[in-house]
Design a protein around this ligand. Structure first.
Ligand code: NDP
Ligand SMILES: N[C@@H](CC=O)C(=O)O
Length: 400
């Protein structure tokens, strides 16, 4: 497979802060012309007032904390021409605590941890009402950086009150089709307050972390291409694990992937193929296929009895999988092949499979290293040489 386009490095594609700063005028689920640029070439940069945007963040774990760091680091750049934005953290919560601020008195991006520690008990409905109230006057965005299946249940409330939703959480995109469609229906609503754009729903970080995978797919489809097949290594953690085997045991590789922040809060979500299956469903729906998780053929690397264990017990028992995995690796090496956990979405056939497969080391999937992701789009226009993207994920940072 030829790699036509190869992206590598840290800040690839639209990260969550980019999605926030880009605002509702860039291609997303939502009406495209809801918000026109306020930029006027006849005005000088100093004439343009800084626009305050309210941000609510649900989930301040690995990804949420990295987002807050990025917002703090970007604050000066965002305030300058042409963006002229000031992002004000007006609400922040974890599963236990929450802290509420206002546009006038936002939660500080430097000591938010201390504020959360002293915060009140989490009450997501109150959190939602607080943001919806602010949205009557200011452009307001809620960012879901949890892995919770409960939080997406609030997206419709947020959107119908004019709050834009940005999700790193895959639960909605790969969840019940009816709920997914109901949320997409909300993005065509106009805002009740004059001058504010109708709500949008953005979810670039749900697939490929910091890589512009969803926007690339949307671009291909919007410009009239036909996508036949999407395949690749969609998981940073499974990529890292299978790139580490040979020099380290399976159980150690899983622990290393977890300590580097590549895995889901419960690594079994990755090892069972569920996280990859979710990403495949999100891409399938983007291609207008009405697929759900039940339609995906999934090879799990976690035996059924280990699925019942508590997370800590599972990590204790993980070494039991070492010898079985070691046999599979040796068998692959005998054929001069390597193991890769891949997804294969056949759009034309409406079929999706995620599984551990053998690849030649010269194959684009076989030559990955670290926590590389690779996505190959086989399309009508790119039949001969597929469009692929490789992400080199940083080892010390979560990519958004
Ligand atoms: N790791 C990565 O590189 C990437 C991850 N993602 C996705 O980002 C999401 C977050 O991952 P990660 O940061 O690693 O997870 P963490 O477990 O580190 O953090 C999750 C956060 O969500 C909070 N939370 C959980 N349930 C609720 C709830 N009901 N209400 C409010 N807050 C809640 C947790 O609170 P508490 O602290 O109290 O437990 C915690 O702060 C996942 O959906 C993941 O798939 C997407 C792209 C890349
Ligand atoms: N657990 C995921 C993190 C991003 O979605 C992965 O391993 O890729």
């Amino acid at each position: 497979m030829g790699l036509q386009k190869r992206f590598s490095g840290r800040s690839l594609g639209p990260s969550i802060p980019d999605q926030i700063a880009a605002g509702p005028s860039s291609p997303v689920r939502g009406s495209q012309d809801q918000c026109r640029s306020e930029e006027n070439p006849m005005r000088s940069s100093s004439d343009i007032e800084v626009r305050k945007v309210a941000i609510g963040l649900v989930g301040a774990g690995l990804v949420g904390a990295a987002l807050l760091d990025q917002l703090r680091a970007q604050a000066a750049a965002l305030s300058r021409y042409p963006l002229r934005l000031e992002l004000c953290l007006v609400a922040l919560c974890t599963s236990r605590k929450q802290v509420l601020g206002s546009i006038q008195e936002p939660v500080s991006l430097t000591n938010w941890k201390e504020r959360l520690d002293k915060g009140i008990m989490n009450d997501l409905l109150h959190f939602q009402q607080h943001l919806s109230h602010i949205a009557t006057k200011h452009l307001t965005i809620v960012v879901d950086c949890t892995a919770s299946s409960f939080v997406p249940g609030l997206y419709q409330r947020f959107l119908s009150s004019g709050v834009h939703v940005v999700a790193a959480n895959k639960q909605l995109g790969a969840g019940k089709l009816s709920e997914y469609k109901a949320v997409l229906n909300c993005v065509s609503l106009p805002h009740s307050a004059p001058g504010l754009p109708g709500p949008t729903f953005r979810y670039e970080a749900t697939v490929g972390a910091g890589l512009p995978i969803i926007s690339t797919l949307q671009s291909l489809l919007l410009t009239g291409d036909t996508v036949h097949l999407i395949e690749g290594v969609f998981s940073g953690s499974l990529s890292f694990i299978f790139n580490s085997l040979g020099t380290t045991s399976f159980s150690q590789a899983v622990r290393d992937a977890q300590s580097r922040g590549y895995t889901e809060p419960d690594p079994r979500i990755d090892l069972s193929g569920m996280d990859v299956a979710r990403k495949a469903v999100i891409l399938a729906r983007e291609c207008n296929l009405e697929l759900s998780l039940e339609d995906v053929s999934v090879e799990s690397l976690v035996p059924q009895d280990m699925q019942q264990l508590k997370p800590a017990e599972f990590l204790e028992a993980l070494h039991q999988l070492d010898s079985g995995m070691s046999k599979r690796i040796h068998a692959a090496h005998k054929h001069k092949q390597v193991l890769r956990y891949v997804a294969l979405l056949d759009v034309g056939q409406r079929q999706c499979k995620v599984a551990l497969k053998e690849y030649d080391q010269g194959h684009a999937f076989g030559s990955l290293s670290g926590s590389d992701n690779v996505f190959a789009f086989h399309t009508q226009r790119c039949m001969e040489s597929e469009l692929s993207a490789v992400a080199l994920q940083p080892t010390d940072l979560v990519t958004l």
